[in-house]
Write a protein that binds this ligand. Structure first.
Ligand code: SF4
Length: 736
């Protein structure tokens, strides 16, 4: 609350009455405002940071963005926004925006070149790599930060136009475990909930999730819940959400899977299972019940560090209420058994029949603004619309829909992000195209990433708003891209709601929208004819509709962007037959009829034995290193939010580490003293924050600082290939 207070004070100091007046103007007439404050243009756009998908009104005067207000009528944010949203326009005119392409000269210095030279270089260099080493020697890494239309064009261009086989996205770093869990369990990657469920639950269980900081507008929806809900947080750290909860369970790092299996055993042993639901709508219950038999209360207490009575109390609190919802984010997904842990949460919802009803669900909250869009339209791991590259029928459907020869569609899946980098290391992948993401900061075991791009990649292209990112600095060719606020398209938020992003200003200099860059590359490459129908984002949206027709994610009933704006966004599915019944309802959840997407319409119980942590503390590296979001004012690698002076004031400028007072005494470290954190991969210096948010033997650092991934351990979930950022072993030394 202190932060929000400080933020609103700063807004007032900087902008006087402007913000407040414009905020009021979003729901009333502009007639009361003096002329200098009147915008001459207002766009309604989904926010370009997190997956919550708030709608913002972007105001400009004489083509200069002047301010933001939050849409009061949009069913997601209901007039609210977090600091990132309020400051979203201020980062567009930063001095390190790319305005021209840059190409490395023979001395390795990036020099300004024309778009003609940039496009010619892009195509000739990648083509020559492919000619020498084959179509599997080039790959792209995309993002959940660009629109559905951009993602689809990139995926179609790279795979069907340029003949590439491998591409992945930074969504691998945040959502892959949830995707895999849903696909295997439900038969399709389908988060089942609607945000109204936050207000309709009797009990909300947050696992490895800190919505107060990471999804603050969703936390506001929890605060609107009139049922006086029980709020339970399962997290090793006393997060802001844990501090506000009715029950916090500070489990040992990565003991969550054991806890959930023990809970399942309690439900089964006490006959607290919704037997009708399990019998009629699921498979493999008996095998699951057999597996969890050995997860006794004592075993769970030993693994988690919780008391037996606490675990029993948790089970009873879930059992006693009729509308229980389970919510998870990166604390689960970014684990070496992330997929099975997500499925263990889903199993609890299935066991107790907490799915398909208001206030229930096994609900993964997504990270990036269009991570959900990338899951359907990036054409990386899945073929368009959640299809399978290895399925002949799926390939034929897509070929027919796009009017291309089926032979242009690869018959194998893309490698995952870490596997692409392994192939780089092995000398098999020699060309990389990175779009709107910053692995030089965000990739796990960062120094290895730098080693690879500096010594193993023959040609690195980086396409980004800013030429200054850690990744763009390494680029052989840098392509300047327009950002959010400067382009048109659609995003899909965590609750499957499609919404429109609209431009409010022009991109600077000669930077171009991602969509235009992809179109230009297609023409230069010689495959432009394949994309004549992909004229602009609006016409591409019509292609996306066709690609989803008949799929669980069918959006064929959405007429156009105007309909999306009019309806306050529309959740998928919304098919042509839905549309015949009139306007979409504002809030819709899945599985109300107990039918899932597997051919037999049943959900699966999926499970396996618990594996030991990949790098537990030992005598040399005695601390668990936890990482996560440190503030609602910063976004991931600070590529954009680091440009806002106001947001920068809302969090410490330099890396800090939280450590427990008992450990501080043992190591003779005082609050605000400098410490060195060392892992087997690297070391960083940080300011010590002595506080009991962490338990003894654990330290926490926020993910937004550039140095953080020098420390993290490159282990991966074996199903989703998602990196396990959350827990590794470090030592801590006072800097003398
Ligand atoms: Fe809403 Fe997320 Fe944007 Fe904040 S960052 S305004 S919570 S969409």
């Amino acid at each position: 609350m202190k932060l929000f207070h400080r933020f609103s004070q700063m807004l007032k100091e900087r902008q006087g009455p402007l913000t407040e007046e414009l905020r009021l103007s979003s729901t009333s007439s502009h007639g009361m405002l003096p002329d200098r404050l009147l915008p001459d243009k207002t766009s309604a756009s989904i926010c370009g940071y997190c997956s919550t998908g708030c709608q913002l009104h972007l105001h400009s005067k004489k083509n200069k963005p002047i301010n933001v207000t939050a849409s009061a009528s949009y069913p997601v944010n209901l007039g609210a926004a977090c600091p990132k949203g309020w400051e979203s326009l201020s980062v567009l005119d930063s001095k390190d925006r790319g305005t021209m392409p840059l190409l490395k000269d023979v001395n390795g210095r990036q020099q300004i070149v024309s778009w003609d030279i940039a496009l010619e270089t892009f195509c000739s260099r990648f083509k020559s790599i492919q000619k020498l080493h084959g179509n599997e020697s080039t790959a792209w890494i995309g993002t959940g930060q660009i629109t559905n239309e951009d993602l689809a064009l990139l995926g179609a261009l790279a795979k069907f136009g340029m003949g590439w086989v491998h591409g992945d996205g930074n969504t691998r770093q945040c959502m892959a475990s949830a995707v895999t869990a849903y696909k295997q369990t439900f038969g399709f990657d389908a988060p089942p909930y609607t945000y109204a469920d936050l207000e309709a639950s009797d009990t909300l269980v947050f696992v490895g999730s800190n919505p107060c900081i990471a999804h603050p507008i969703l936390w506001q929806r929890v605060m609107r819940n009139q049922r006086h809900p029980d709020i339970i947080v399962i997290d090793p750290r006393m997060t802001e959400t844990a501090a506000a909860a009715s029950l916090h369970l500070p489990i040992r790092p990565k003991s969550d899977l054991t806890l959930f299996y023990a809970l399942a055993r309690i439900f089964i042993q006490n006959q607290w299972v919704d037997s009708d639901f399990v019998k009629n709508h699921t498979n493999d219950y008996d095998a699951f019940a057999t597996l969890v038999e050995s997860f006794t209360l004592e075993r769970a207490a030993l693994a988690t560090g919780l008391k037996v009575s606490t675990i029993m109390n948790l089970a009873a609190r879930i059992h006693e209420k009729t509308a229980v919802s389970f919510w998870w984010t990166m604390g689960v997904n970014q684990g070496y058994q992330g997929t099975r842990t997500a499925q263990a949460i889903i199993n609890l919802a299935l066991l107790t029949g907490n799915i398909g009803r208001p206030g229930t669900g096994a609900n993964s909250i997504t990270g990036q603004c269009n991570a959900m869009g990338s899951r359907l339209f990036s054409n990386t791991t899945s073929l368009f619309g959640g299809r399978d590259f290895q399925n002949q029928g799926d390939r034929e459907e897509v070929a027919k829909c796009l009017k291309i020869p089926v032979a242009r569609i690869p018959t194998k899946n893309s490698l995952a992000y870490d596997q692409i980098l392994k192939q780089v290391d092995a000398g098999k992948i020699k060309g990389l195209w990175i779009v709107a993401t910053n692995p030089g900061h965000s990739w796990i075991d960062q120094s290895n990433w730098l080693r690879l791009v500096r010594t193993k990649v023959d040609f690195l292209v980086v396409q980004d708003m800013y030429y200054s990112t850690e990744t763009a600095q390494e680029a052989d060719l840098y392509l300047p891209a327009a950002g959010w606020g400067e382009k048109l398209g659609t995003f899909i938020n965590s609750e499957r709601r499609l919404g429109v992003i609209e431009p409010i200003t022009e991109p600077p200099g000669e930077s171009r929208s991602d969509f235009d860059i992809f179109k230009s590359i297609a023409c230069q490459w010689g495959c432009g004819d394949m994309f004549t129908e992909w004229k602009d984002p609006a016409s591409t949206f019509q292609i996306l509709k066709r690609l989803t027709r008949g799929r669980p994610c069918d959006i064929s009933g959405i007429k156009d962007y105007a309909m999306l704006q009019r309806e306050g966004g529309i959740q998928w599915p919304f098919s042509e037959s839905h549309a015949k019944n009139g306007s979409p309802e504002k809030e819709r959840r899945l599985f109300g009829d107990g039918s899932f997407y597997h051919p037999d319409q049943r959900a699966r119980f999926l499970f396996e034995s618990v594996q030991p942590p990949t790098e537990p503390p030992d005598s040399s590296y005695p601390f668990w290193l936890l990482s996560g979001r440190g503030t609602s004012a910063q976004w991931h690698t600070q590529t954009r939010t680091g440009k806002s002076p106001m947001l920068l004031q809302m969090a410490p400028a330099a890396l800090y580490v939280e450590l427990h007072p008992k450990d501080a005494v043992k190591l003779n470290i005082r609050h605000n003293e400098k410490v060195q954190i060392i892992s087997r991969r690297g070391s960083v210096e940080a300011t010590a924050k002595v506080m009991a948010t962490v338990q003894p033997g654990q330290v926490f650092i926020p993910m937004h600082y550039q140095e953080v991934n020098r420390l993290t351990h490159p282990s991966f979930d074996s199903y989703s290939r998602q990196p396990s950022y959350k827990a590794c072993a470090v030592q801590l030394n006072k800097v003398s």
